[in-house]
Ligand binder design. Structure first.
Ligand code: ZN
Length: 687
C-alpha cells in the first residue's frame, strides 16, 4: 500500500518549512550551494527534486550497496511502460526520436504541444494520466506527427517486423489521437467487462473478465491459509482458444530487463550489510529466476523480518492498482536508508506511550491501563524507479499479502526527505503569503511549520488511534456513519493537545516551547478556511478527514468566542484567521478531546451526530467563494513528481572504489533521455 499526496493536500498540510537544515555541501570546496527544488512544470504537473541528506555520512560499503540497488531500480522502467499499454514503448521511442532529430521551428504551437505531450508520456510512464487513468490527447496535429515520423532516419522508427512506416503511423494514429480508443487504463465502472475496457497490458488481446475469473478461481484453495498472490507476476493471454500465463521472469516475458535487474542485485548481494539482508536479496533473485510465487512470499517474509539493516529497498512486482481485478502488479522500486534522527523521535514517542495515556485529559474510565505505541520507521529515499517514479508516495506499508501481515507483520515507513521537498516547494507558491495573517505567523511557520506538522502526524498515528478504550458492552460500530469522522477527530485532538506539552521538550523532541503555535495556527487556518479550496461551490463537506478538521476548528472557535481565542479578521477586503490566545486554545482542544473520547467510549451516537452536524458539515458559501478566488490566482499545479539524483562511482587508476558521488544537477528531459538510453533493454513489442 502506498500513502500518496497531491497538491491539494501538500499545500494545505505542509505549507511551510524551515526544518532540518540539511543543506547540500559542494564536497570539493566545502561551500554551501543553493539547492533548487523546482525543476520543470507543464500541463497539470510540477517536477521537483529531493535531497538525500546524510548520504555522505554512510560507509563506503553502504554507498556501494545503494549504488547497485539504485541501478537495479532503473532497469525496470521499460517493464512498467509496457505493462501500462502495449503501444507505450513504441510511442515513447518515436517521440524521443523526433525530439532528438527535430530540425524545424521550435516556436510553433505544434512543437510546443509536442514537447508537453512527450513530457506527459514520460511522467505517466505511458499515454494515460498517472492519477486519473484516462488517456490524454496530443495538442499537436496529426499532420505534424505524420510529417515528423516520416522525416526520421528509417532505423529510428520502431516499426513492427515487416511493417512500413506508413503502416506504423496508421497503427499509432488512433491509439494516440482517438479519444474513444483505449480511453481508460484502468476501468472500474461496473456493468461492463472490466478487462476488455481497460487499456493496460496485463491481459492479452481477446481475454475477457470471465476468462480471468475462471482461470484464477480454479487455482484458489479455500483450505489453504497461506495462499500465494495468484497472477501477480504474469500476463494472462488467450491463444488458439487456450488461456494461459506468460510469466515475468528470467527466461520468460521481460527477460532482458529482469536479467539486468538480477545482475545488479547480485552485485548488491556481495556488499550487503549482514546475513539477514543477504537472505532477502538472494530470495528476491531466486524469485526473479523462477517466477515462483511461493518464493515471492518467502522473500516478503524475510524482508519484513529485516529491521536492523540501515539500507532497505523495494524492487519488483508490488502494487495492483493498475489492474481492475487487483491481481497483476506493476513493477516498482524504492531504495532508501533509515533516518536515524527521525526514527529516534518516533521510537521515543512510542516508548513513552503509557505516560501520554495516563496524562491525557480524558476521564480515567476511558483510559487504557496498558497501552503500546506503534513504531514506524522514518526513511530517506535515495532512488525512485518504476511505478514510484516520477510520481512518488510519501509512505509505504508492505507486504500486501494479508496472511503475511497477520503472521509476520508489516513495515510502515514515512519518507521524510520527499515530504520535506514538497514542503520546501510549497513555500515558493505564494500560498502562505496569501492566506497567513501576519509576519509573526509566517515566521513561526517558516521556523517550526514542518517539524510540528510531522510531529502532529507522528502523535496522531503512533499514539492517537491506539489510545482510549470503550466501556464494557459498547459496540465498536456504535458511531455508525460517523465512525471515521469521530475516530480521526479523536486522533487529531490527541496530537494537537500533546504538541503543546512540555513533555516533548523534556523528551528532547522539540527545542522551543512556542514551536507548537505553528501547527496550531496552520490547523485553525486550514480547518476554518483554506481547506474550502477543495469543496465545490454550493456543496457541503463529505470527506471524513475534512469533516474532522472543520469539526475541531469550528468547535474551539465557537467555544472560545467569549474570550476571543480565535477570530476572523479582514485586511484589504480579504478574510484571515487570527489566533489571539494559544494557551486557551490548547485547553479547548483538551476539553473537546475529553468529550469526543466520552462519546466514543460510551457509544453516544446522538452526541456524535450532533457534533458532526453542528460543526463538521455546513460551509459558509461566501467564504468558500472568496477563498477559491484567491487560490485560483496562485495558479498551482495539482500533481507533482521528482527527478532522481545522479550517482557515480569514483575509482582510482587501478579501478579500486574510492567513493560514490551524488549530484543533483540533472534536468527532467535530460534524465528521461538518459534513462531511455542507458536503462532500456526491452524490445518495443513484447508478445
Ligand atoms: Zn488517522
Amino acid at each position: 500500500m502506498k500513502k500518496t499526496v497531491f497538491l491539494a493536500v501538500a499545500a494545505l498540510s505542509m505549507l511551510s518549512a524551515g526544518y532540518g537544515g540539511n543543506k547540500p555541501m559542494d564536497s570539493s570546496s566545502n561551500q554551501e550551494i543553493k539547492f533548487t527544488y523546482e525543476v520543470d512544470q507543464f500541463a497539470d504537473l510540477q517536477i521537483l527534486r529531493y535531497q538525500v541528506p546524510e548520504f555522505e555520512s554512510l560507509t563506503l560499503q553502504q554507498k556501494e550497496l545503494i549504488y547497485y540497488l539504485s541501478q537495479a531500480a532503473l532497469e525496470g522502467r521499460d517493464i512498467l511502460f509496457d505493462q501500462n499499454n502495449r503501444y507505450n514503448l513504441a510511442i515513447r521511442r518515436t517521440l524521443e526520436a523526433i525530439y532528438q532529430n527535430y530540425k524545424g521551428d521550435k516556436k510553433t504551437k505544434d512543437y510546443k504541444e509536442f514537447e508537453v505531450y512527450l513530457k506527459r508520456v514520460w511522467f505517466s510512464n505511458g499515454i494515460h494520466h498517472h492519477y486519473g487513468e484516462e488517456k490524454f490527447l496530443p495538442g499537436f496535429s496529426k499532420e505534424f506527427f505524420t510529417t515528423q515520423v516520416k522525416a526520421l532516419p528509417k532505423d529510428k522508427v520502431p516499426v513492427k517486423k515487416g511493417q512500413s512506416v506508413d503502416q506504423f503511423v496508421a497503427m499509432l494514429m488512433p491509439v494516440m489521437f482517438d479519444a474513444n480508443m483505449m480511453s481508460k487504463k484502468v476501468n472500474q465502472a461496473a456493468g461492463v467487462d472490466l478487462i476488455q475496457t481497460s487499456a493496460n497490458n496485463y491481459y492479452g488481446e481477446g481475454v475477457t473478465q470471465k476468462d480471468v475469473e475462471d482461470f484464477y478461481d480454479k487455482m484458489k484453495d479455500p483450505n489453504n491459509h497461506h495462499p500465494v498472490s495468484y497472477g501477480l507476476n504474469s500476463r494472462l493471454v488467450k491463444e488458439n482458444n487456450l488461456v494461459f500465463e506468460k510469466t515475468w521472469k528470467v527466461g520468460g516475458l521481460y527477460t532482458l530487463a529482469i536479467e539486468r535487474i538480477v545482475g545488479w542485485l547480485e552485485k548488491a548481494n556481495a556488499v550487503a550489510e549482514n546475513s539477514k539482508q543477504r537472505d532477502v536479496i538472494e530470495k528476491l533473485i531466486s524469485f526473479y529466476k523462477s517466477g515462483d510465487l511461493k518464493m515471492f512470499d518467502n522473500y516478503a517474509i524475510s524482508w519484513v523480518g529485516d529491521s536492523l539493516s540501515r539500507i532497505d529497498f523495494v524492487n519488483g512486482f508490488t502494487e495492483t492498482y493498475g489492474d481492475p481485478l487487483g491481481l497483476k502488479a506493476s513493477w516498482e522500486s524504492i531504495v532508501n536508508f533509515k533516518n536515524m534522527e527521525a526514527t529516534k523521535r518516533t521510537e521515543i514517542i512510542s516508548s513513552n506511550a503509557q505516560w501520554f495515556e495516563d496524562h491525557s485529559p480524558m476521564d480515567a474510565r476511558f483510559k487504557k491501563e496498558s497501552v503500546k505505541g506503534v513504531t514506524a520507521k522514518v526513511i530517506t529515499v535515495a532512488q525512485l524507479g518504476g511505478d514510484c517514479y516520477p510520481a512518488t508516495p510519501i509512505g509505504i506499508n508492505l507486504p500486501n499479502a494479508d496472511w503475511i501481515r497477520k503472521e509476520h507483520g508489516s513495515k510502515s515507513v514515512t519518507i521524510e526527505n520527499i515530504m520535506e521537498a514538497y514542503d520546501k516547494a510549497a513555500e515558493h507558491t505564494g500560498f502562505s503569503d496569501e492566506f497567513v495573517w501576519s509576519d509573526v505567523e509566517l515566521k513561526l511557520l517558516h521556523d517550526y511549520g514542518f517539524i510540528t506538522d510531522v510531529l502532529h502526524t507522528d502523535l496522531h498515528e503512533i499514539l492517537g488511534h491506539g489510545s482510549g478504550q470503550l466501556l464494557p458492552g459498547v459496540s465498536s460500530d456504535a458511531m455508525k456513519e460517523h465512525s471515521s469522522t469521530i475516530e480521526e477527530t479523536r486522533a487529531d485532538l490527541f496530537g494537537l493537545y500533546y504538541l503543546a506539552d512540555p513533555k516533548l521538550i523534556e523528551l528532547g523532541i522539540l527545542d522551543n516551547p512556542n514551536a507548537y503555535k505553528a501547527e496550531y495556527y496552520k490547523f485553525m487556518m486550514n480547518g476554518l478556511m483554506t481547506q474550502l479550496t477543495r469543496i465545490e461551490k454550493g456543496k457541503d463537506i463529505e470527506e471524513a478527514h475534512m469533516r474532522n478538521r472543520q469539526l475541531i476548528a469550528k468547535w474551539v472557535f465557537e467555544k472560545g468566542k467569549p474570550d476571543n481565542v480565535v477570530e476572523f479578521s479582514k485586511k484589504n477586503g480579504k478574510t484571515y484567521v487570527v489566533v489571539n490566545d494559544y494557551v486557551k486554545l490548547r485547553s479547548l482542544f483538551g476539553q473537546l478531546l475529553a468529550e469526543v473520547q466520552r462519546v466514543k467510549s460510551e457509544g453516544d451516537y446522538k452526541a456524535a451526530s450532533a457534533l458532526v452536524n453542528d460543526y463538521a458539515v455546513k460551509v459558509d458559501q461566501n467564504l468558500l467563494s472568496e477563498v477559491q478566488e484567491r487560490y485560483q490566482k496562485l495558479n498551482l499545479k495539482p500533481y507533482k513528481g521528482f527527478v532522481n539524483p545522479v550517482y557515480e562511482l569514483v575509482t582510482d587508476k587501478n579501478g579500486k572504489l574510492l567513493d560514490v558521488k551524488i549530484t543533483y544537477n540533472e534536468g527532467y528531459a535530460e534524465q528521461m533521455l538518459r534513462y531511455s538510453k542507458d536503462y532500456s533493454s526491452l524490445p518495443t513489442y513484447n508478445d
